[in-house]
Design a protein around this ligand. Sequence first.
Ligand SMILES: Nc1ncnc2c1ncn2[C@@H]1O[C@H](COP(=O)(O)OP(=O)(O)OP(=O)(O)O)[C@@H](O)[C@H]1O
Length: 782
Amino acid sequence: MDDLALEQEYVTMLYDHVDELRERLAARQARALARVAGEAAGTRQALVERDAAVHLYAGRLTQLNAAENALCFGRLDLETGTRPRYVGRIGLHRDDTHDQGQGDAPADDEPLLIDWRAPVARPFYLATAMQRDGVIRRRHIRTVGRRVVQLNDENLTGGHSSEPGSITSESALLTALDAARTGRMTDIVETVQAEQDRIIRSGLAGILVVQGGPGTGKTAVALHRAAYLLYHHREQLERRGVLIIGPNTTFLRYIAEVLPALGETGVMLATTGDLFPGVSPTLTEPGAVTALKGQLLMKDVVAGAVTDRQWVPEDDDEVVAVRHDGQLLRLDRQACLDLRERVRGARLLHNEARPLVHRLVVEALTTLWAQAVGTDPLGGENLLGPEDLAMVRGELEENDDVDGVVDWLWPALTPTRLVRELLASPKRIRAAAARVGLTQAEQDLLLRTGNAWSEADVPLLDEAAEILGRDDSTARRLADELQTANLAYAQGVLDLLRGSESGDFEDEESEILAAFDLVDAEALLDRQEEIDHRTAAERAATDRTWRFGHIVVDEAQEVSPMAWRMLMRRSRSMTIVGDVAQTGDPAGASSWRQALGPHVGDRWRLEELSVNYRMPQPVARVAASVLRALAPDLPVPEPVRPDGPHPWSLWAADVPAALAAAVAGELRTLDRGRRLAVVTAPGRSSTIFGVLARSLPEPVALGEDPDDDRPARVVVLEPRETKGLEFDAVVVAEPDLVLAASPRGLGDLYVAITRATQRLGVVHAADLPECLRGLRSVGSPA
Ligand SMILES: Nc1ncnc2c1ncn2[C@@H]1O[C@H](COP(=O)(O)OP(=O)(O)OP(=O)(O)O)[C@@H](O)[C@H]1O
């Protein structure tokens, strides 16, 4: 039998094994459901156990289903002469009793397939001829469906001189890189490179920053790292959840299939604009407004807005008064000032200070009442005794007018009310901005009409929520009552268990631990609460205060200082990936130190990626020229693909018309199914789209539709909309306008040209910018 047939036999055996497991799991799941429906229907404990079992089986079934494509993609032959190790998407063991587990197989259970994330799979990614790690041959197994179609062997004993850390599995890698782009990112689990592997497997704790140029695989690495961390810290991360932050919905849709293909679901994908439950930003604001709202000084503006609402009368003509028992009790300005200072001195969150305000108002009014009613006309001691005062105090506590006074002096505020009323009022903005000294022009930028929220508002709302705290006295009381009732229930369960314990164990058997030895009522309650039908991601989506087990921030250079504050509140275990040369957001970062310093000082570690997997050499050369103009200190990633068509430039007086002809020509050179993006300056895309849509026979789209599973072959985009995406061909229209459109124009141009996986062209009417002079001209006025 030849090698292909041998591997086919093995792979078929693996798929048979998966099918069998799937059937068995489905049957167990059905049995678990039927059991509860039958005998113990209704008992809470039985339901909890059923949910746990169903959840476990469902999770494993999801993984098995996800592994259908390229279940097994590699094989390592070892110098020890032991059985070869097969590497794949999931771990499989001969002994089915381990079929629910994660991690490595026990020693006595020969693994049929090793999960790519297990330590023993690591040489598949790292072994080189220089550092063989016991491997004599690495084999890539390419499958289509369940059929093995190609084997690719690397003999590591053959004296290859590859350096440690250089490209491994080159031929498999090049095949993967040459594949047509579908509009959806795919996983790279078969060809992860050594420098990427190190980052993927870096520890969970703390903040890891991954800096790398365009196409170095930052997004791919970040997603595989999430899958790796979930595998090794399953319990913790499934409970707390993993959050993936991207710059926009198009990007999130682009990456959405990678983790499910790795068998990991239940991760929450979001933009920073999605992180305030109940608010969906729809407003687009000018760059200057976004930039200002993103600055850290806005935290003081929000704090100023809160203190501004802690009101005192401007003078004694303004009256804060309560009528009680025939007396008009007036709190003057000084009394209100004293009261406010006392409350502020207590350092409580605004809303949570309201009970104290209420108490102090009652105190002050009681004193006023005592003065009015109990003053001895003869100048002696106050005529009212402690009981009289207690009674008045009690009455005032019930007096609705007192609630009105508290609302007046110290209103209950929601974050949305606070920020909305702030941004709608020049007077409030002036008061809130006083301590940070915003100029009048800056104050004017903040002012707006209408109720819609922008993405940059979300961190302000989050800040407000932190400062305001919750007015949750009622909710807290109810929660306490519920907790007490649940604890009593859990104790009841344990008592029952204890009661049913057989008293006649032999001595040695009495060593057996029963449930009540291991858990107390509180722990039992915690466990029951953990078994919630919703995933952590679903629960987190409705809870602003949720702390995630890990956060991945992609295109992190776009995150504003205020948005970093918001993210830091949600976890201190983070993977931050980005490229400070690609910053387009006016509030984005130009260095990681500057971006992270205010939040975590220097408590973060940096890893860099140095190989460009996306662009072929000729496109990468143009990108390098732009990078030199943009950020001369940043290293230029080395392209892995040597050849490719030379990028071209076309001069034309009528750019849209010339563009239509040029795009038609490009499409003729591209294989069917390959996509092309036209990148234009903001404000030009509609015109250019109109011309292209009229002239081209192919479907053309204006902007990527995140929900379209069959995207148009040609798409017209502005540079920022291309963030993180890639296309087989890119044509940039009017680069001079891209440069002129924003202070970050050069960064935008860099992003645009680095999207190309194959071909790049530029159509221009004005002179080409200096950094694009290396393009091959295919037409000019001369
Ligand atoms: N080891 C690899 N094997 C196969 N393909 C890879 C590998 N690493 C990266 N790629 C591919 O290279 C392309 C670029 O990767 P990715 O989008 O993750 O880069 P990036 O650094 O995030 O780029 P950008 O900064 O432009 O967003 C993708 O098509 C990705 O699948």
